[in-house]
Design a binder for this molecule. Structure first.
Ligand code: UT7
Length: 336
């Protein structure tokens, strides 16, 4: 059967490291608060000359190199981001330009923390249908340029890091589903009822006469706002729900999964899921301590780190789940 598989991974974070104590020097917070509430110890933030597509291209080049393929083999580029280079055109077009791949399809996905799962799902459909053979998926974010880095914005500013992860997805003919690498299934969801529980209001055409005006700036509508408790409550409900669904669809139990690479919004969320499913600590690969929440980049960064750490090896069964703004959530199961 014709399926897709992850051929390679790559990641990139900018060089500027900010430990929790560096953040505490900018606003009223502490290393203790951040660690206890989230598990985050540090994050990387870009300098003023670096954009989301710059990070994305670095990760993409590493993934292309690791796949051992020439970039001319790529049929489509998908970029998942909530922090685009510009309002339009999509960041995938800037990544495409910088990679030097004119002519192929370039698509932006705006599904925030679930962006990578949505991208994987879309790419998987294009490959299963026989339309494309190789698709480059990039998750990339520059949060640091869009957050209120004062005490006013501390509930959000301490949580997010910049970075990019990429995978090359390729067509494969699966002969033995129990051993051959492939995506078993993807599951994507959203509930826009909660769209303004975690959002950036301006600029936008939903703001009356102007997409952004002085009043918006005075009222700080250009910065993300989050109702953290509501997001938390829904995350610990939806992530297990979609993970369970993915397992059931494939007639699998949590014990069958060799490695869980979840989205990284809060270590407490992932610990709660692990407890609920009785997953031993060593089977959950967390990166939030090092990179904080990098939204759409998080899962591909996790996959690349896991490969390089020797934790993710050929033949292993992997499960991912994510939850984020929208609300959006989703899961995927794949044999590495
Ligand atoms: O990836 C996108 C999805 N995002 C998420 O999944 C995030 C989900 N939410 C969370 O992870 C948690 O709600 C947070 C980590 C964001 C917050 O943790 P919390 O335990 O819900 O804290 P809280 O918002 O209830 O705030 C507790 C206290 C408040 O002070 P008072 O009112 O109790 O005096 C806040 O003002 O902590 C204060 N606070 C801070 N203190 C120091 C909020 N942010 C900070 C901070 N440093 N950075």
């Amino acid at each position: 059967m014709l399926r897709s598989k992850i051929l390679s991974t790559g990641m990139y974070v900018p060089p500027n490291l900010f430990k929790n104590n560096d953040i505490a020097a900018m606003m009223d917070t502490s290393d203790e608060w951040i660690r206890q509430r989230t598990g985050i110890e540090q994050r990387y933030w870009v300098d003023e000359n670096t954009s989301t597509s710059d990070l994305g291209v670095e990760a993409a080049n590493r993934a292309l190199k690791n796949a051992g393929i020439d970039k001319s083999e790529i049929d489509m580029i998908i970029v998942a981001t909530l922090s685009p280079d510009h309002e339009f055109p999509g960041t995938a077009c800037f990544v495409q330009k910088k990679l030097g791949l004119p002519g192929i399809a370039a698509l932006d996905i705006r599904q925030q923390c679930t962006g990578f799962i949505y991208s994987l799902s879309i790419a998987d459909q294009f490959i299963r249908s026989g339309t494309y053979k190789k698709i480059l998926i990039v998750g990339a974010e520059v949060h640091s340029k869009g957050m209120d880095k004062t005490t006013r914005g501390r509930d959000v500013a301490v949580l997010f890091g910049d970075g990019a992860g990429a995978v090359v997805l390729g067509a494969t003919v699966v002969k033995d589903a129990k051993t051959d690498s492939h995506i078993l299934s993807t599951h994507i969801h959203a509930d826009g009822t909660f769209a303004d529980e975690l959002w950036t209001q301006a600029p936008g055409t939903g703001n009356g006469k102007d997409r952004i005006n002085e009043q918006d700036l005075l009222e700080l509508r250009q910065y993300p706002k989050m109702n953290g408790k509501t997001v938390f409550v829904h995350a610990v409900k939806r992530m297990p729900e979609t993970l369970l669904n993915a397992l059931q669809v494939n007639s699998l139990t949590p014990e069958d999964i060799d490695l869980f690479v979840f989205h990284q919004a809060n270590l407490r969320i992932n610990d709660m899921i692990a407890k609920q499913f009785n997953i031993p600590e060593e089977k959950v690969f967390n990166t939030i301590q090092k990179y904080a929440n990098t939204t759409a980049a998080t899962i591909p960064i996790g996959l690349d780190e896991a490969v390089r750490a020797g934790k993710l090896k050929k033949g292993m069964l992997v499960a991912s789940a994510a939850f984020g703004s929208g609300f959006t959530w989703g899961s995927a199961i794949y044999r590495w």
